[in-house]
Design a protein around this ligand. Structure first.
Ligand code: NDP
Ligand code: 2IT
Length: 452
């Protein structure tokens, strides 16, 4: 048995109540097996066993008062997973489903993703089971203040730099940063995703979605294809989905779907710039639901209680490119079977771990190209890294400069993943390549520090 098998078995025992974390560890470590033979030093120094154990986990009570002056209690988390190559870096998620398993899986993935960006960032993640839906702006503000009232003592521009994720966007970052600044009396780059007026970077809002589409273009180019005329299915309607749609349209694709946690919209005529502006206003300003889309565009169909992937499966829709941009484990084996039937060319992950392990096996068996999350959606944290650089320099780059750096980073990630895949006996496999390329840098840094 390889040491990796032992480590996976150990995680399944000691973290048995953490299914998402076990899923992520199984996926990553299994693909790292070719590194055991080439690097006996990793085995000897137990790097695989060390890397699945977070440096530390902070869990805390968040108490706040709602608009009716009722006391509300939530749980806050920050997992500081690994800072071998830079300060802990990763988003905060505010969603009722947030628990230790989810923040650990996200923090673990973040280690390798951040390494792939080529920038000096370690891996971390945090959040709370707070549900921002239906809350007033003042309630979100009071919650965010209460959350930062504890978190502030654990983070810092050279220690741990949080950002947004599901349920944490520009509004929440404003409140979190404002409170940190107030109590620390410091104006530093301690959070990314900040507003432009107070230290944010141009292109950060767009970065994850644009990066996913740049990565898709790189993948298609290896087969002599591009996005022009391709039918693209996107899930989600949040930050990542919105800008993935924008860039896909700009590159000539026809995007036919959008969704939220209540249901999916299929617009077979294609979402154009005007319809996207409607979606952005609906989600970001009105904080409305996607079921309202057909009231504005009656030719579109809304499927209550279904995901985009359910609709593709049930209606046999023809799609070329699949971009999951909502949440983890949204694509199951039966969806992947439907993609194979529909002759999908590529699945490229905007969300973190949206494909189950079974779905990934089906992509592989049926020749569907696969762009794994930690490579494909790394554009967001990459531009967060660029925001940190600009904050440290006390200078800011233009839109064009940041966008061209983002594009270059996505190209480099694609190339490094392909090269690692080839070097470790899995040519063309971006999942194996991304995991190995991300891992090697972190593992070598951990070795350099000795037994610590
Ligand atoms: P947002 O909160 O902006 O949007 C999330 C979208 O996904 C919403 O449309 C939401 O619907 C939907 N969604 C969330 N949870 C579920 C669920 N359980 N079932 C179905 N739909 C759901 O988040 P982001 O766009 O920022 O994040 C989307 C994904 O991308 C996440 O996996 C995140 O980790 C990942 N990601 C984000 C990055 C970033 O920079 N923001 C960077 C890299 C990855 P509803 O409105 O109903 O909640
Ligand atoms: O999953 C992710 O990479 C993010 N949510 C972005 C993290 C960041 O620090 O910008």
């Amino acid at each position: 048995m390889s040491q990796i098998d032992d480590v996976i078995a150990k995680v399944k025992t000691v973290d048995k109540n953490q299914p998402e974390f076990i899923e992520a560890v199984t996926e990553v470590l299994t693909s790292l097996k070719p590194t055991e033979e080439k690097h006996p030093e990793f085995v000897k120094e137990k790097i695989y066993e060390r890397i699945v154990e977070p440096d530390r986990i902070i869990m805390f009570r968040v108490v706040w008062e709602d608009d009716n002056h009722e006391v509300q209690v939530n749980r806050g988390y920050r997992v500081q997973f690994n800072n071998a190559i830079g300060p802990y870096k990763g988003g905060l998620r505010f969603h009722p489903s947030v628990n230790l398993s989810i923040v650990k899986f996200l923090g673990f993935e973040q280690i390798f993703k951040n390494s792939l960006t080529t920038l000096p960032m370690g891996g971390g993640k945090g959040g709370s089971d707070f549900n921002p839906k239906g809350k007033s702006d003042r309630e979100v503000m009071r919650f965010s203040y209460a959350f930062m009232r504890e978190l502030f003592r654990h983070i810092g521009p050279d220690t741990d730099v949080p950002a947004g994720d599901i349920g944490v966007g520009a509004r929440e970052i404003g409140f979190l940063y404002g409170y940190y600044k107030k109590i620390k009396n410091e104006h530093t780059g301690v959070l990314t995703g900040k507003g432009l007026e107070y230290g944010g970077s141009l292109i950060r809002p767009e970065a994850t979605g644009y990066g996913v589409v740049y990565f898709t273009s790189e993948m298609l180019a290896t087969k002599g294809m591009d996005l022009k005329g391709k039918v693209v299915a996107v899930s989600g309607a949040g930050n990542v989905a919105q800008y993935a749609i924008e860039k896909a349209i700009q590159l000539g694709a026809k995007v036919i779907s959008v969704s939220d946690s209540n249901g999916a919209v299929i617009d077979e005529e294609g979402i154009d710039a005007k319809k996207l502006a409607y979606i952005m206003n609906l989600k970001n300003v009105k904080r409305g639901r996607i079921r309202e889309y057909p009231t504005e565009y009656p030719h579109a169909k809304y499927y209550e209680g279904k995901s985009v992937w359910d609709v593709i499966r049930d209606e046999g829709l023809k799609v070329d490119i699949v971009l999951p941009c909502a949440t983890q484990n949204e694509i199951h084996a039966d969806h992947a079977e439907a993609f194979a039937k529909s002759k999908v060319i590529a699945v490229v992950e905007g969300a973190n771990m949206p494909s189950t392990l079974d779905a990934i096996h089906i992509y592989k068996d049926s020749g569907i190209m696969f762009g794994p999350a930690k490579a494909a959606n790394a554009g967001g944290v990459a531009v967060s890294g660029l925001e940190m650089s600009q904050n440290s320099m006390r200078l800011s780059w233009t839109r064009e400069e940041v966008d061209s750096k983002l594009r270059e980073i996505m190209q480099k990630i694609h190339k490094a993943s392909l090269e690692a895949a080839a070097a470790y006996g899995a040519p063309g496999d971006l999942l194996v390549g991304a995991n190995i390329a991300g891992f090697l840098k972190v593992a070598k840094a951990m070795l350099a520090y000795g037994v610590i």
